[in-house]
Ligand binder design. Structure first.
Ligand code: PEP
Ligand code: MN
Length: 427
């Protein structure tokens, strides 16, 4: 499996190694890594379970359950991300902010897959490089929260909703329950089984011109470490093809970075507007060998208007470090705001602006934007704003605001965003 990137991209980056070499050159740093070495570090956003013995039993059960993805799928995705990091591929990653157990249904999942398929075809045609789709799907059940407690209208203070594998959005079921981790595994397995049985279309843009079937890789935030570690075997997290670390849990000396640094999976890291070039290079040094092109995906989510000032020093420092990460843009999480009546939303125009600015800044810096990461759903929800939304926004949000957490683009908005971005790139 010695896949070579395009000659142009490789000479640009002076890359002379094969994918096979990078896949087997792992562990950086001197201290030994195990799937449990994170336990000696501080885990931000850790869930406090009342029943510690029960949690231990649940983790033993999880360790005995079959993997949700094959290690060959993880390696295959590593190769796709390697190409995207070098500019000879592109990634569309998308799905719910928080998946719901109740949405693990054939039609709902099918609409999410169809959307990612449509977006990858649009991108492939305008960018003229093979485009790989990754769902925030089949396991995106754990959420970090800015406020870990919530005050109900009655004045009662309860745990915030932390995702379906921790507690329920129903205020009467907010106590973290370790058994939900098992349910999370089962719903992930059910979703994964649907993804594998779904009749998927053929796509024609394989690098050798042959027809290859559209395949969807899975991903989620590696937040709940007892769960992630229980599904880790021989350095592969087999709960998803790739995982990412959130903006709130990427502390250099924290448990999440410790967990991720030993994995063979490609690993994403969210990068917010306050990250310094030194922070980003330090993360790369811990998470990847310099030779491991595309092992780490830096997912910038900095908000509209900030790319021209925030990104160039980071891109420059990363280049000087010798690392070649895949650069992605998440135009969602830096553009969230609350309406006067307290509803969390985003404007699709702000998201397009951040994507365009990020793309342009990478070009100007001699770098590549290799992917986009979006919160979206295949359904016709009313959670984000666009130019067709007139007048009384509360009436609009009242129609179909169904998200358990952050606002998602509807199918039409998500396609509009990718079409606009694609024509911008083509122009
Ligand atoms: C998310 O992706 O849902 C999320 C919480 O993102 P971030 O860590 O970038 O805030
Ligand atoms: Mn979110």
């Amino acid at each position: 499996i010695s896949i070579m990137a395009t000659a142009e991209a490789k000479s640009r980056y002076n890359v002379s190694i094969t994918t096979k070499e990078i896949i087997f050159r792992e562990e950086v740093g001197s201290s030994p890594w195990t799937a449990d070495s994170w336990k000696s570090k501080v885990a931000a956003q850790a869930v406090q379970y009342a029943d510690i013995d029960g949690l231990r039993q649940t983790c033993s059960l999880l360790r005995e359950l079959p993997p949700l993805v094959g290690d060959w799928e993880v390696d295959q995705l590593r190769e796709r991300l390697y190409h995207a990091a070098l500019g000879s591929g592109f990634i569309i990653q998308g799905g719910d902010c928080a998946e719901s157990f109740a949405d693990v249904k054939w039609d709902t999942v099918k609409r999410k897959v169809d959307l990612l398929y449509t977006q990858s075809r649009i991108l492939e045609e305008s960018l003229q490089v093979p485009t790989t789709a990754i769902g925030r799907i089949a396991g995106q059940f754990a959420k970090p929260r800015s406020n870990l407690l919530e005050t109900l209208p009655t004045g009662e203070v309860v745990h915030a909703f932390r995702g379906h594998n921790v507690n329920s959005e129903d205020p009467s079921e907010r106590e973290p329950d370790h058994r939900r981790l098992l349910l999370g595994y089962m719903y992930s397995a059910a979703a994964q089984s649907m993804l594998r049985r779904m009749p998927l279309p053929l796509t024609s843009h394989a690098s050798d011109g042959k027809q290859v079937e559209f395949s969807l890789f899975t991903s989620h935030e590696a937040l709940n470490l007892p769960y992630e570690a229980s599904l880790t075997h021989n350095r592969y997290n087999l709960s998803a093809s790739t995982i990412w670390l959130g903006e709130r849990t990427r502390q250099l000396d924290g448990a999440h970075v410790e967990y991720a640094r030993g994995l063979r999976n490609p690993v994403g890291v969210k990068i917010g507007p306050n990250a310094t070039p030194e922070d980003v290079v330090a993360l790369l040094n811990v998470l990847a060998d310099r030779a491991a092109v595309g092992k780490v995906t830096l997912i910038t989510r900095i908000g509209r208007g900030r790319a021209p000032t925030v990104l160039p020093p980071i891109i420059d420092a990363v280049r000087r470090s010798g690392h070649i990460p895949l650069w992605m843009s998440d135009p969602c999480h830096g553009n969230t705001f609350s309406t006067p009546s307290g509803i969390k939303t985003r404007r699709v125009q702000d998201m397009l602006a951040e994507l365009q600015e990020t793309y342009t800044v990478h070009q100007a810096c001699g770098s590549f934007l290799g992917g986009v990461h979006i919160e979206q759903t295949g359904d016709n929800v009313t959670e984000c704003l666009d130019e067709t939304v007139m007048g009384d926004n509360d009436e609009y949000f009242g129609r179909r605001y169904q998200s358990l957490c952050d606002p998602r683009l509807s199918r039409d908005q998500a396609i509009w965003l990718i079409e606009q971005f694609s024509s911008f790139v083509r122009a």
